[in-house]
Ligand binder design. Structure first.
Ligand SMILES: [Zn+2]
Length: 161
């Protein structure tokens, strides 16, 4: 393991990966990427309204690192809105604390713990779910972590970043 870079803790995966303006064909849109840790910074500071110190603790990073992260995130988000780009949320050195399970029968989504995955859909009773965290690359690098809150260097590198 060459790197000691720590995973950034993210509560759960975003609900949607891609956002785009209506009425413009996808191929005409420039795509901007918001990394998953940038998404979490926006969620904690701007959606939940936490101060930067508390938000940095939630993500397991230093306050200055959080400040750089949120500035980059806001810049990307502003560019998405002002310049009418498509936005994709992916990548980043992250570890999810919780997963979102999506029912393959009716599409209902529920938050689940990684350790305690057996789930029955409250809407249709199905037991077939897909993991949203896995779609964001979770599991390939965090397989043996067992949900401990301790950080493992190098886990959860995200996709092709
Ligand atoms: Zn269902």
């Amino acid at each position: 393991m060459r790197s000691t870079r720590k995973c950034r803790m993210v509560l759960n995966p975003p609900n949607h990966r891609v956002f785009k303006p209506t009425g413009i064909p996808g191929h005409q849109l420039e795509v901007i990427t918001l990394t998953i840790d940038e998404y979490e910074a926006i969620r904690l500071a701007d959606y939940e309204g936490l101060d930067q110190l508390e938000a940095s603790k939630r993500m397991g990073i230093s306050r200055p690192t959080f400040t750089r992260l949120i500035e980059k995130a806001r810049k990307n988000l502003a560019s998405f809105i002002v310049e009418s780009k498509a936005l994709t949320i992916e990548g980043g050195n992250v570890h999810f604390k919780q997963d979102i399970a999506e029912c393959t029968q009716c599409g209902t989504r529920i938050k689940v713990d990684f350790e305690n995955r057996k789930t029955v859909c409250p809407e249709c009773g199905s037991e077939a779910f897909i993991s949203i965290a896995e779609q964001y690359g979770h599991g390939r690098c965090c397989r043996n972590r067992g949900g401990k809150s301790e950080q493992t260097p190098g886990c959860g590198r995200g996709r092709n970043k």
